[in-house]
Design a protein around this ligand. Structure first.
Ligand code: FE2
Length: 442
């Protein structure tokens, strides 16, 4: 390991995105407060067990959470080329072989950061100012917060370009940029269409989904291409109307994305005029939008739906009984931010409402009735007709889907993609790798 190399690696950080610059990684940047001028940079010294940072400028001390960082913690977070495996990005040393009382033998600050030579093995570490500054002002990195643009019957209140879509041909022109745009739409708007997808077979749709990530296997299979068939023992495979719901509520980790492509819809027995609707309109409901309305109109109902943990199940297929690792509430709230994290709603797959000391079943039913009423409001239901060539991909942790009844035969293909794989692809097609690693590792 050479110090020069380290400084080059760490100092080259540039906060820009690789694909098409669209929005900032907001919380990421707002949590950063770079030490811009020499006057703002602290003096660094070693004190018992810690590296001490002394600021002379009151502006810089504004939102400090601490003025020192533990020696052992710093040594454990060395990012030099020998401490981080260059091929796997994994920690390349045994934390517990580092002496508990390790201390710097030499400390040297410069414009880019702080170089520390450690006692014992004389290992040299370099910590860029942005890293040090972040942890002097914050406790931990948090998952990316993306501002969701809620939508209702007529789309979002602010956005242009409704509904969000990308063209099939754009993937061959610039795959990374197009996947970046597609996944960013889904992240912010909850869904997106891919238009002009070939319809002669299901294969182009399958290949398209695989550009986001591999297709998830479930007890129904992987990529699907089906016409109504009750042998599969789920109402999704019938032609009846389906109310707004999320899929796979019975998995510990429900499907992250879901995709539908209507390849054809025909009815040879229909007496209707050609061009007249055969039904089967699609419905999307922004669950985050609905939950924000619930929280405003009936905070108690929001609380009940976020606190009462329910059993969910898939038991229709012989030999298969799937249920999550533990009961989950309808509205999962992030404990650290208080923000809604995931919606899990399919009343047909719900088990028995439990008796709990906190909230009675009566309270849950009352809250669920209010939730159900909001989900069915005309102002919130976004209805549209799926057309051959238009592939719909949506965030199954946020957006509920349904459809009206239809006649005839519909051929639909699509699949599920895991949430983690979707987010990973979104990150890697929208941000430079060094920024991602900083966000993910700390
Ligand atoms: Fe469904």
């Amino acid at each position: 390991m050479s110090l020069k190399l380290d400084m080059l690696r760490c100092g080259q950080y540039v906060a820009r995105r690789i694909a098409v610059p669209r929005r900032n990684w907001q919380s990421h940047h707002s949590q950063f407060r770079m030490l811009g001028t020499a006057a703002e940079k602290p003096q660094v010294s070693s004190s018992s067990g810690y590296l001490q940072f002394s600021f002379h400028n009151t502006v810089s001390t504004g939102n400090l959470k601490r003025t020192s960082l533990p020696n052992f913690w710093l040594r454990d977070n060395c990012r030099c080329s020998s401490c981080v495996h260059q091929d796997t990005a994994q920690r390349n040393f045994n934390t517990f072989e580092i002496p508990e009382d390790i201390r710097p033998s030499q400390v040297e600050a410069n414009d880019k950061g702080v170089k520390v030579q450690w006692s014992g093995d004389a290992h040299e570490s370099f910590y860029p100012w942005d890293f040090l500054d972040f942890y002097l002002r914050s406790d931990k990195r948090a998952p990316e917060r993306v501002e969701a643009e809620y939508f209702g019957a007529r789309g979002p209140q602010t956005s242009q370009g409704w509904p969000p879509s990308v063209k099939y041909g754009d993937f061959s022109a610039n795959e990374t940029e197009t996947v970046g745009r597609l996944t960013d739409h889904i992240r912010r708007n909850g869904f997106a269409f891919i238009t002009e997808v070939p319809i002669e077979s299901a294969e182009p749709t399958e290949k398209l989904l695989e550009k986001i990530a591999f297709i998830r296997q479930t007890h129904y299979g992987g990529f699907y291409d089906f016409i109504p068939d009750l042998a599969l023992a789920d109402t999704a495979y019938t032609n009846i109307a389906l109310g707004a719901h999320t899929d796979t509520t019975y998995f510990t980790d429900p499907a992250g994305l879901q995709a539908f492509h209507l390849l054809s819809h025909t009815d040879t027995t229909s007496k209707k005029d050609p061009g007249e609707s055969l039904g089967g309109q699609s419905l999307l409901v922004d669950g985050f939008h609905a939950a924000s309305i619930l929280r405003k109109e009936d905070p108690k109902a929001f609380e009940v739906l976020s606190r009462v943990k329910l059993p969910w199940h898939a038991s229709g297929n012989k030999g298969i009984t799937i249920s999550p690792d533990k009961p989950y509430p309808v509205l999962e709230v992030d404990e650290s931010t208080g923000e809604l994290h995931r919606v899990r709603w399919n009343n047909d797959d719900r088990g028995v409402v439990p008796f709990s000391n906190e909230h009675s079943p009566e309270e849950w039913y009352k809250a669920a009735r209010k939730w159900n009423e909001i989900l069915r409001r005309e102002s919130i239901e976004y209805w549209f007709q799926l057309k051959p060539g238009n592939l719909l991909v949506f965030d199954n942790w946020r957006v509920l889907h349904g459809r009206s009844a239809f006649t005839g035969v519909r051929r639909i293909c699509g699949g599920y993609i895991n949430r983690d794989d979707f987010i990973s692809r979104w990150r890697n097609t929208n941000y430079p790798r060094d920024e991602i690693l900083k966000r993910i590792i700390g």
